[in-house]
Design a binder for this molecule. Structure first.
Ligand SMILES: Cc1cc2nc3c(=O)[nH]c(=O)nc-3n(C[C@H](O)[C@H](O)[C@H](O)COP(=O)(O)OP(=O)(O)OC[C@H]3O[C@@H](n4cnc5c(N)ncnc54)[C@H](O)[C@@H]3O)c2cc1C
Length: 428
């Protein structure tokens, strides 16, 4: 009998629990350690931040579902992982031993690396539903007294799609309210060019997104580094190709949402060989930590090197499709190890994403992530907006139903109609 523990109940952790449950033997036990009992669908946070969704509509109470599926749920967060003792110590001091651990803790949001950044400072965030609810409240106040908006992604960020999404969603919402003419908008990003996305572009995301921004009258600043934020003012430095500061701006704002850099969560620290200097979990091609081979990792917490050098550091995004492929590989590998066999499943780490702009959007597929690619495709259109709503409904429904079938692959195939994608997923 084996104790299998998943740490984190976000997008990666919940999918992992569902897929793992189907692979375990009769006597094996599966437990998820989570911060609370609720799952929320992170990709819908931008919609919560403009009141297009309520928080309730994107949250799922995991307790009845896990009880039905026979998955244990511990709702006290982990204080630390003690890899040398194969145990997690919870914040209440209790210990949770494991034979296999899957880390799915997502990002720690590094707001503190820039003075004044984040919900505790002067900018909004959409990374967590709590933040999105706060951002919605701030937006309601802003709409009564409109002024300049700054949207963007800070130095070291690895998640850019949602920043573009949110800029265009705000543009759509402001047009609907007939106040767009009173709102100068600026997009401030660490990316070396618009549409880089941490992936050195996908298809013509540069041309597509620049065109969209020109069309929406959103000005942009690339290779930019935020020095500090004060109430209504953002100090930004512009870095040239040699890495030297070539200029600076003090930008006024009445509303701002900036995605921060990510790092690994504190609970993983202090374990030799488990994480890289930024706190992300080091994994081999089977999603397994080389130093602690009974620890696997999926999702944003996984260490992935950047695609190349840029004047201001940017990281690689980890999107749902990629995360699901990690989840499937881990479920298969732990299943094999429990039956005395060797791990052999590998995740694809490809990027597939739908970026919603409120009434249209851009979809892209990067396979592999690092160029040159076999599939390097991006398209825009109204259909992306409706496809994204389809994704949301389907995904939240899947979490509620407790389905173990991989989801992104099937839906991507259905929605994009590109059967060729099957070639790029190992489970296909
Ligand atoms: C605003 C936004 C929009 C996005 N939109 C898309 C999109 O449209 N499409 C797409 O493919 N990808 C999107 N992504 C990227 C990615 O799919 C999401 O970030 C996704 O939520 C990552 O899943 P995860 O499981 O790695 O992390 P998370 O979903 O963040 O889950 C991590 C979980 O671990 C828990 N945890 C952390 N520390 C502990 C601890 N010590 N003890 C217990 N639990 C802990 C957290 O509470 C959380 O529940 C988006 C990301 C963001 C930020």
């Amino acid at each position: 009998m084996a104790e299998v523990v998943v740490l984190g109940a976000g997008l990666g952790g919940v999918l992992q629990a569902y897929e793992l449950k189907a692979k375990l033997g009769k006597g094996d036990r599966l437990t998820v350690v989570s911060k609370g009992s609720t799952f929320h669908f992170v990709p819908s946070n931008p919609w919560v931040a403009v009141d297009w969704r309520t928080r309730d509509s994107i949250e799922v109470d995991l307790r009845p579902i896990f009880a039905r599926l026979g998955i244990g749920l511990i709702t006290t967060p982990a204080e630390r992982v003690v890899a040398s003792e194969n145990a997690i110590v919870l914040e209440n001091g209790e210990r949770v031993p494991y034979d296999f651990l899957v880390v799915a803790t997502g990002p720690d949001l590094a707001f503190d690396e820039i003075q004044g950044l984040g919900p505790a400072g002067f900018t909004q965030s959409i990374c967590h539903v709590d933040h999105a609810v706060g951002a919605a409240e701030a937006f309601r106040k802003f709409a009564e007294k409109p002024g300049p908006i700054i949207i963007g992604a800070a130095q070291g960020a690895s998640c850019f799609g949602p920043a573009y999404e949110f800029a265009f969603i705000l543009d759509t919402e402001l047009r609907r309210r007939r106040i767009r003419d009173r709102v100068p908008m600026t997009f401030v990003t660490a990316e070396p060019y618009i549409g880089h996305l941490g992936l050195d572009g996908v298809g013509d995301t540069k041309g597509l997104l620049e065109g969209e921004m020109r069309g929406a009258h959103i000005k942009w600043m690339t290779s930019s580094r935020i020095r500090a934020v004060t109430d209504g003012q953002m100090a930004v430095e512009h870095v040239d190709d040699s890495g030297t500061v070539a200029g600076s701006d003090d930008l006024p704002f009445a509303y701002s949402m900036i995605l921060p850099a990510f790092r690994g969560v504190k609970a993983l620290a202090g374990n030799e060989g488990l994480t890289n200097p930024r706190g992300f979990v080091i994994v081999d091609k089977f999603q397994r930590n080389p130093t602690h081979p009974n620890i696997f990792a999926v999702g944003v917490c996984v260490a992935i090197p950047p695609v190349g050098k840029s004047p201001v550091p940017v990281g690689v995004p980890k999107t749902g499709f990629m995360i699901e492929s990690m989840v499937t590989a881990v479920a298969e590998n732990i299943g094999l190890l429990l039956r005395g066999q060797e791990a052999r499943y590998q995740a694809t780490w490809n990027a597939v994403c739908l970026a919603d702009f409120g009434d249209r959007g851009v979809a892209f597929i990067a396979q592999p992530q690092i160029p040159p690619r076999n599939i390097n495709w991006a398209k825009e259109g109204k259909w992306v907006h409706f496809a994204k709503i389809g994704f949301e409904k389907y995904f939240i429904g899947k979490i509620r139903r407790g389905e173990s079938e991989p989801f992104y692959e099937r839906l991507t195939l259905d929605l994009l109609g590109i059967r060729k994608l099957k070639e790029i997923h190992p489970a296909a």
